[in-house]
Each structure stands twice: as C-alpha cells, then as structure tokens.
Write a protein that binds this ligand. Structure first.
Ligand code: FES
Length: 214
C-alpha cells in the first residue's frame, strides 16, 4: 500500500494512503481522545465528538476519525479551538454519567479517566448541570453486568456483537437524552440473543459492561 507523510504535533509520521488522521496519530504514539471510532468502519459515526484536531489551512477544527490523512498535511491536536470542543463534549458526557470511580470495577482502566486527564478536565466537573438517567442495572446475564448509567453510547459493544460476531443481540433504542444501548425488545440480557461470549465487555471503554466476580 502506498504511504504518505504528514506532520502531527510537529512530528513527521508515515501513514498508509487513505488512513484517517486518528489512526495515523495513534499508530505513531500521538494520543487523540476517542470513544466511538473503529478502524474497520469505512464511514465513522463520529458521535462522541472528542477527537477534534486542527489542520493547517482549515479555518475550523475537524474530527480526526473522519478526516483522511493527506500528503504534507499539518495536524495540531493541541490547538485551542480543538481542545475547547473536545473538553465541552467530555463535560456534556460527564453531566449525564454516573461518575463513581471508587466503586466502579473499571477504575484505573476506564477510557473516561484517560480522556479527562489528557484534556485537563475534572471527572466531577460542574460546568453543566448534572442530570442522571437513573436506569436499571441489568445483572441477568451469568457472565457480566450491564450498568446503562455508565454507558457513553460509543456503540463499541453493538459493533462487536453485530459486525464482528454476527450475533446482533445489542442495539440502540430511543433518541436524545433517552438514547440507550439495549437488547432487541429491551429484554434483560439473559432473555436476549446474547451468547455470553463477553466480547462486548472487552470492547466497553468504561464500566458499563463488566464481568461478574466469580
Ligand atoms: S472518535 Fe471521532 S467523533 Fe468519536
């Protein structure tokens, strides 16, 4: 495959032609916050709005997961406009998320913690009014627990279940603030098409899907 050369945060990097800026950066050790991106996905959802970067010659920031890397491109992941957008997206996410790291099984391995540290945002940010969803926790599956209050709606579990495993037990339901990841017909996990493989748990970047202690 043809390679191209671009500059990210002052570092010259080589990337396969056609690759998105997000992967070009991550593959070269430059972190850009992201939750919803998947390498295999040709047309990314770009729903988390965390991966903002600035590109020389463009007047506005762009999402790195949708922007194709080009020969000679100059990317800045730490530009003021990009950081402001990413911080706002994270703070909005945290406003509807139960942030209780001390009692969360994902503590220390949660992507939200990593992103907050990278962006210099407090997990207990008070910038936006906290509105919790107070959804029921589903412990019906013998292998894992699903706590929708900790879900960031990234869709990674849905993608793995449907596209990689071909099962399709999981999907999104409702819109706006009521949007949630659930099973077909909103059945408990144990009554759904789930085969208890646990791949969704491995794909979850937060503590929304966690293995049961045995
Ligand atoms: S990773 Fe780009 S918008 Fe979510």
């Amino acid at each position: 495959m043809k390679k191209i050369s671009l500059t990210i945060d002052g570092k010259k990097v080589i990337a396969p032609e056609g690759q998105k800026v997000l992967w070009a950066a991550l593959d070269n050790g430059i972190y850009i916050p992201n939750l919803c991106a998947r390498r295999e996905e040709a047309t990314p959802d770009a729903s988390c709005r965390l991966c903002w970067v600035e590109i020389e010659g463009k007047s506005k920031p762009v999402t790195a997961c949708t922007e194709t890397a080009k020969e000679g491109m100059v990317v800045n992941t730490r530009g003021a406009m990009a950081l402001r957008l990413a911080r706002t997206a994270l703070e909005l996410l945290l406003a509807s998320n139960e942030v209780d790291c001390a009692h969360c099984p994902a503590n220390g391995a949660c992507e939200l913690q990593k992103i907050a540290a990278h962006l210099g945002v407090k997990l207990k940010t008070r910038r936006f009014r906290k509105i919790l969803r107070n959804l029921e926790v589903d412990s019906s599956n013998p292998e894992f627990v699903y706590d929708p209050n900790k879900c960031v709606l990234c869709g990674q579990c849905i993608w793995v279940c449907r596209e990689r495993l071909g099962i399709g037990a999981l999907g999104f339901a409702h819109r706006g603030f009521k949007r949630r990841m659930t099973t077909f017909g909103d059945e408990p996990m144990a009554s759904s098409a789930c085969r208890n493989c646990g791949e969704c748990v491995a794909a979850c970047p937060t503590g929304a899907l966690t293995l049961k202690e045995k």
